[in-house]
Design a protein around this ligand. Structure first.
Ligand code: ZN
Length: 246
């Protein structure tokens, strides 16, 4: 009797273990979130200029390389669903993001994106609307209407770590409201100016109604990431695309 109970226990345990082992493991989704700033030739005005400028030729080549190697774009909302396994995805999803809203993004990058049927997210500094170097309200409305995502990057582009909690709330809430007013669509995504955040700042971003926030930390986004502290891939001149995007 004692030995029967023992074997019941052993076989029960075996079924439990094999049941778990046989169940197909959820493949770990890894999604690169590409980060661009200006799409123009490097003018040699300092180290940051080199890091934040990608020439139109390089941008075009990088987009075509990614398309030729099976990458396709998803919106930030679709990325969240893929990371959390709510929707089955194709093999190589990516998100393309542009910071600050420079005119060169509209003039040089958007035509390439359109030609490849790619979508992208543009993080706007709302105090720069209108400004001759940045995209205007009507252009943003047109981009939003064709399926591009227009998202928030604060009002004044201050590093959130350097301003008070009250100022942080104002920057986060006012930029969100201003872009929603322009596009008529909910703004659920945010980019930290200069990549600056702390855990309490990211929690505040979430409490103000944002679903995701991107940093300048390097890496592919996975389900293990806090959605309010997502890493990105800083796109540069001379990148080894095959090494970065296996
Ligand atoms: Zn910025």
């Amino acid at each position: 009797m004692r030995s029967t109970s023992y074997w019941l226990l052993v076989t029960g345990f075996w079924f439990l273990c094999t049941g778990v082992a046989v169940a197909a493991p959820t493949p770990s989704v890894k999604i690169p979130i590409l980060m661009y700033h200006r799409i123009r030739a490097y003018k040699g005005t300092g180290p940051m200029s080199k890091l934040t400028n990608v020439s139109p030729q390089t941008f075009r080549a990088q987009m075509h390389w990614l398309a030729d190697h099976g990458y396709y774009t998803v919106t930030l909302d679709a990325m969240v669903k893929l990371l959390h396994g709510d929707e089955p995805g194709l093999a190589k999803p990516m998100v393309i993001t542009f910071d600050d809203g420079y005119r060169s993004q509209l003039e040089e990058a958007v035509p390439v994106l359109r030609s490849l049927h790619f979508t992208a997210a543009f993080y706007m500094i709302t105090s720069h609307i209108p400004h001759p170097d940045f995209m205007h309200k009507k252009e943003l409305q047109a981009l939003a209407n064709e399926g591009m995502q227009i998202e928030a990057h604060t009002v004044h582009h201050d590093d959130l770590r350097t301003i008070s909690k009250q100022q942080q709330i104002k920057e986060l809430a006012e930029s969100k409201a201003a872009i929603e007013e322009i596009t008529g669509k909910p703004v659920l995504h945010f980019a930290y100016p200069d990549g600056g955040f702390t855990h309490s700042i990211s929690a505040r971003v979430g409490s103000l109604g944002y679903m995701t926030a991107v940093t300048i930390n390097s890496g592919f986004a996975t389900s293990k990431n806090n959605l309010l502290e997502l890493p990105r891939i800083w796109m540069k001149e001379g990148m080894d695309m095959a090494k970065m995007f296996p």
